[in-house]
Design a protein around this ligand. Structure first.
Ligand code: KG4
Ligand code: ZN
Length: 330
């Protein structure tokens, strides 16, 4: 059994994978209610809560699946990028457990885990274009293999999820803004207001969303009696159209007709609809909504791939671990 741990941001995720790479069960502790009053994530609150909930979550996962810690054969953990305090909680816990059990520790990159989150449920062939749209990143990758990932475009300022969150704040909506804007937009007219489609004219695969956010701010200043649903729909349409257009451009330029989305914003129902409408010939894959946002199942899947390829840290060989063993013997 492989244990996976994700604590890169505010969520705390724990997952169990079989030695054949099948997801057994995943658990998530969401802190949204804790951070919502602050209009965003407070890193200190996030890591302190993770410190409190991680160990009981692992205990619960083992108990509910009738496992003892000695059934664990490897541990996969998110190494970064993310909030330093939060990462430290997951990594330190995992290192300690791996050391005690003398099992391999597999470090997983958070962005790579997102890229392959579709694979938790279905196997997809290579190569593919990956559009990763989360709260911290908006990136286009050309993925030829698990270890052959080329960055072809990225945001120059705000990430797509960040733009959703900031526009929600302008509208007086709580954090996180993406799901609420998505819901309100369903009842709005996307063509009531005209907003810019940033960077569409430029012949590259980069994005920029801070200008779109400023355009929404100006619109709210000008239109005192605005209908919130219409603003949400217009903003969502502008942002999603840019994401879809740039992804299609990458697919055509590299002649790759397989596209996989990932990250919190890929849960957006309008974005999904737009992709399916625009791409009839191509294969387009979205992760299950629960695997779009941060979770340990995606860490477990990539961790399992690395484990099978022998890409892991033998923790007993790390200098600090040797020092620990020397001290404990004397
Ligand atoms: O991938 P994720 O959980 O965390 C990061 O690694 O950043 O993504 C969180 C982001 C937030 O900005 C949130 O507003 C956005 O994903 N999000 C959405 C939706 N659900 C989550 N954005 C648009 N539509 C949604 N349905
Ligand atoms: Zn993430």
């Amino acid at each position: 059994m492989l244990l996976a741990i994700e604590t890169s941001c505010d969520e705390t995720g724990v997952a169990l994978f079989s030695e054949e790479g099948r997801l057994i069960k995943d658990y998530l502790y969401s802190q949204i209610a804790l951070h919502s009053p602050f209009g965003g994530i407070v890193p200190e609150i996030a890591s302190r809560k993770q410190l409190e909930v991680l160990y009981p979550m692992v205990q619960k996962a083992l108990q509910e699946n009738s496992l003892s810690p000695f059934d664990l054969k490897a541990i996969a953990v998110t190494l970064g990028p993310g909030l330093l305090g939060s990462l430290l909680v997951g990594v330190t816990f995992s290192k300690g457990l791996a050391l005690a059990l003398k099992i391999p520790l597999i470090g997983v990159d958070h962005l790579q885990a997102h890229i392959f989150s579709v694979f938790i449920e279905k196997e997809v062939s290579f190569p593919f274009i990956s559009l990763l749209v989360s709260g911290g990143h908006t990136v286009l990758f050309l993925v030829r293999d698990f270890e052959d990932i080329e960055l072809i475009g990225h945001t120059r300022d705000d990430a797509a999820g960040e733009a959703f969150d900031k526009v929600a704040k302008l509208l007086g909506l709580p954090y996180p803004g993406g799901p609420i804007i998505n819901k309100l937009a369903e009842k709005g007219d996307p063509d009531r207001y005209s907003l810019p489609r940033p960077m569409l004219e430029e012949n590259n695969f980069d994005f920029s969303f801070s200008g779109l956010k400023v355009a929404v701010y100006r619109l709210l200043q000008k239109e005192k009696g605005y209908k919130i649903e219409d603003v949400c729909a217009a903003f969502q349409k502008a942002l999603c159209e840019v994401l879809v257009e740039k992804t299609i451009r990458a697919s055509r330029v590299f002649n790759i007709k397989r596209i996989i989305l990932a990250g919190g914003v890929s849960a957006n129902s309008y974005l999904r609809k737009l992709f399916w409408e625009r791409l009839q010939e191509e294969e387009v894959y979205f992760p299950h909504p629960k695997y779009c946002t941060d979770n340990a199942a995606m860490v477990g899947f990539l961790g399992w791939i690395k484990w099978k390829k022998n890409k892991f840290i033998k923790i007993e060989e790390e200098p600090y671990a040797r020092a620990f063993f020397r001290r404990s013997k004397s």
